[in-house]
Write a protein that binds this ligand. Structure first.
Ligand code: PLP
Length: 820
């Protein structure tokens, strides 16, 4: 722990020495970036000692280890978070103050390591924080993308993607571990070779290309417990075991190809969120990091154990969505081809080691790989998948004789495609959804047949978030206020925050709470002024929707409602209206044209509304560029209203909703994902719920009975606002600019049906809920009461709780102790 041993003078000296050593400069000559790096190395020194101690404790205590396998880890900045978890934040801040340096400004020098798209990657990051804080031995396993999530710029209202070269200045906290490199093989063919000594047939991959997977370790600091876990991200390097002079033409080509393979494989993160894109390179990325991670896990196990049969007693793999599902056949391959086990033994071990988390029910997100691509790229893995499928279908046909519909619904290989979710379910011991409603839909609809066959595999683990980043670091004013009244137990035991519910009716406490919110709104207003050049009023309602841009998340409905409000205000300037600042932040996948059109619409509406003097600044629309973890922390702290307005049944859980709640924002949302449980905790009277239920949406979908045109024809307000998409009002007279958005509601092009996300069906109840928001905000005391109760009842949504449930129901890990 830095706290106990922390010595200001030592730390200051360390920073000065680091600047000298790294840059041959004195402090006065060094740039902010250079000082930031020097501070990081000073902090890393402290972390390294605990990292070693944790390794030693793991070697001595021989615990079962979790490998959390994820294509994405949306870590956000490390410096501030590490200081928080070392309980040294305030002391370092003081030390730097005395040197004339500002910790916040230094933190701003750090590029967000953005190795993820959105919720799924951020969940993985929150889980690592909770695992380390609870003292569970765990490795994150991922990819060291050279370019993470793109940087978003808004030019002329349009999204422009700029490459995110996050490693440009080097990443101070990572540690390269070339001694643990692993070879990963692609392509070629599988030869069967008879081994005379064993009498077995060996399967040997020939004529393949391979890359060297090089692990980089990043420290994951537990809160105030000396535990430092590891996130391993894999880089690819070319294999260089050839000598130039022995080259014939074929060798030369192969060498260049292998060089290219290594270069391209970790080049860039695919910027798709909740959407599947069947690119060959993506499958290469998946197998690359999974093969390396499984090899490393098995090697680590074998260092201390010689009975591979009991691997599952010390090792478990959690697959974050289907992206890491090749772990199932890869573990089978290693157990059979390398360790020499037979199929049945290998299968028993594998199915006791792998567990799968489902993140979506939407058809367009389900991963299916064409058999020809899969078998060409991973010939041995494909053989194993075929055999898994063959044996599984025998079971299905035994259990459901003559029911070929079951085979269609459950086959791992069907219609020329490998179904990854089915493979993950068949090859694992646990399948979990990420919120109660989502898990119920999985059991009753999406994965019904699998649930009926193996109900014991299915369970729910409602997502969570870490309060250390999203309250302690992101909202220090509220964190201190909570601690003053309820003690600091909430930092590692969030349900303790409930004590502040006692303050909900206390006028003085309400005033203090709203003053803190106001200061956070001033902080965000300053950020907006600096980045957007827009003046926003901290006394207005800060109404926020920040999340990936997706049709199912319905940013479109939000902006349509703003257009509707603006129109009403224009026609009726003196109508009662409480000033509102609508804040958006969202990246659209680079190839998702309709999502990009929605971004343009938001910015175009903003241009008109923000610059119309006749509405006297009553509505402001702000689009925050490059939404990411670092600015998210500022945004949650400043929000009054949390927009969680997805079409019911489409948002598996959401985690943004939880971050807002923790920071005392009131949820305006549908009964979808974890919103259902948020309302359960805080009470319906402290949220604004509207819209179709998941059951209603699913019924419409099954019966094809939804008719958006009837809303358009019969509701004058809806008619007007939809027509404004093609009136030119927000596009300098250009009636075509938003034509596709108009069409998507009424006459879809390239879509199976109009208004697939039920925007028009929910519009009026959304508008009504927005009126309830305004009415409530006019009553400051009632609002403050509800806001306090939201923070007070957010205890369930800590990722500490989620992780403890994974441990109890799925992983069965034991804690390690590091402190002497
Ligand atoms: C929490 C978070 C998300 C997920 O937000 P949802 O509203 O749950 O979709 C996405 N991006 C960032 C940067 C986050 O912090």
């Amino acid at each position: 722990m830095l706290n106990a041993e922390f010595n200001k003078e030592t730390f200051k000296n360390s920073v000065k020495e680091n600047v000298k050593m790294l840059y041959r400069k004195n402090l006065e000559e060094a740039s902010q970036q250079e000082i930031y790096q020097a501070v990081c190395y000073a902090v890393k020194d402290v972390i390294i000692d605990n990292w070693l101690k944790t390794q030693k404790a793991m070697d001595e205590q021989d615990p079962k280890i979790l490998y959390y396998m994820s294509m994405e880890f949306l870590m956000g900045r490390a410096l501030g978070n590490n200081l928080i978890n070392l309980t040294a934040y305030k002391q370092v801040q003081e030390a730097l103050d005395e040197m004339g340096l500002n910790l916040n400004l230094l933190e701003d020098q750090e590029r967000d390591p953005a190795l993820g798209n959105g919720g799924l990657g951020r969940l993985a990051a929150c889980f690592l924080d909770s695992l380390a804080t609870l003292g569970y031995p765990a490795y994150g396993c991922g990819i060291r993308y050279k370019y993470g999530m793109f940087k978003q710029q808004i030019r002329d209202g349009y999204q422009v993607e700029v490459p995110d070269n996050w490693l440009k200045h080097g990443y101070p906290f990572e540690l390269k571990r070339p001694e643990y490199a692993k070879e990963v093989k692609f392509g070629g063919y599988v030869a069967q070779e008879y081994d005379e000594t064993t009498g077995r047939v060996n399967f040997v991959q020939k004529d393949y290309q391979s890359v060297n997977a090089i692990p980089y370790d990043m420290p994951i600091v537990g809160y105030d417990n000396d535990v430092v876990n590891t996130l391993t991200i894999w880089d690819a390097e070319a294999i260089q075991d050839f000598s130039l002079d022995s080259f014939d033409k074929g060798d030369y080509h192969k060498a260049v190809e292998q060089e290219n393979l290594a270069k391209t494989i970790v080049e860039v993160l695919y910027p798709n969120d909740n959407h599947y894109e069947g690119k060959e390179l993506r499958l290469k990325q998946q197998y690359f990091f999974i093969s390396a991670s499984v090899q490393r896990a098995v090697a680590k196990y074998k260092k201390h154990h010689d009975d591979i049969i009991k691997l599952y007693e010390k090792v478990t793999f959690q697959l974050n969505d289907t992206h890491p599902t090749v772990a199932v056949p890869e573990l089978m391959r290693i157990l059979m081809d390398v360790e020499g086990l037979g199929w049945d033994e290998a299968w028993e071990i594998t199915t006791k080691t792998c567990a799968y988390t489902n993140h979506t029910i939407m058809a367009e997100a389900l991963e299916k790989w064409p058999v020809d691509l899969f078998s060409r790229l991973l010939p041995r893995i494909y053989q194993i998948v075929e055999e898994i499928n063959r044996r599984f279908l025998i079971q299905v046909r035994e259990q459901y004789p003559g029911d070929e519909e079951k085979v269609r619904q459950m086959a791992v290989i069907y219609d020329g495609q490998v179904h990854m979710a089915r493979l993950a379910i068949v090859g694992g011991y646990s399948v979990n959804g990420v919120a109660k409603l989502h898990t119920e839909i999985l059991k009753k609809q999406t994965l019904k047949d699998f649930y009926e066959m193996t109900p014991e595999k299915f369970n729910n683990k409602t997502n969570g978030i870490t309060q250390r980043r999203f309250l302690l670091h992101g909202n220090p004013l509220l964190a201190d206020w909570v601690t003053e009244y309820a003690g600091n137990g909430w930092i590692t035991d969030l349900p303790k925050i409930k004590k502040i519910a006692e303050l909900a009716d206390d006028t003085q406490a309400q005033k203090e709470f709203m003053e803190i919110k106001h200061k956070n709104k001033v902080r965000l207003a300053k950020y907006i002024k600096e980045h957007n050049g827009i003046d926003v009023d901290p006394n207005s309602i800060f109404d926020v929707q920040v999340k990936r841009l997706h049709e199912y998340k319905r940013q479109f409905m939000n902006i349509l409602h703003i257009m509707y409000l603006y129109d009403r205000l224009k026609k009726n300037p003196d109508m009662p209206f409480y000033p509102r600042t609508f804040i958006f932040g969202a990246k659209a996948s680079a190839g998702y044209e309709r999502a990009k059109a929605i971004i343009k619409l938001i910015n175009s509406v903003g241009d008109v509304v923000n610059n119309d003097p006749t509405i006297k600044g009553k509505i402001k629309v702000v689009f925050i560029e490059d939404y990411r973890v670092s600015n998210a922390e500022l945004i949650f702290a400043a929000a009054d209203v949390s927009e969680q307005i997805s079409t019911a049944s489409k948002e598996a859980s959401g985690t943004g909703n939880m971050k807002f709640m923790l920071n005392g924002a009131l949820t305006l949302g549908t009964m979808d994902g974890a919103n259902v449980e948020i309302v359960e905790e805080v009470g319906k009277e402290n949220a604004f719920i509207f819209g179709l239920s998941a059951d209603q949406v699913i019924e419409y979908e099954n019966n094809y009975t939804y008719d958006p045109m009837s809303y358009f024809i019969h509701d004058q307000d809806i008619h007007n606002v939809v027509m404004d998409l093609i009136s030119g009002r927000y596009s300098n007279g250009d009636t075509m600019m938003f034509r596709d958005l108009y069409d998507s509601l009424l006459t879809p092009k390239n879509a199976p049906r109009p208004d697939m996300y039920f925007t028009l069906a929910d519009f009026k109840s959304y508008a009504a809920a927005q009126e309830r928001v305004e009415d409530k905000y006019r009553n400051t005391s009632a609002w403050a009461r509800s806001a306090i109760l939201n923070t007070a009842h957010s205890g369930k949504f800590t990722s500490d709780r989620t992780i403890q449930q994974y441990v109890d129901d799925i992983w069965h890990l034991d804690k390690i102790t590091v402190r002497k």
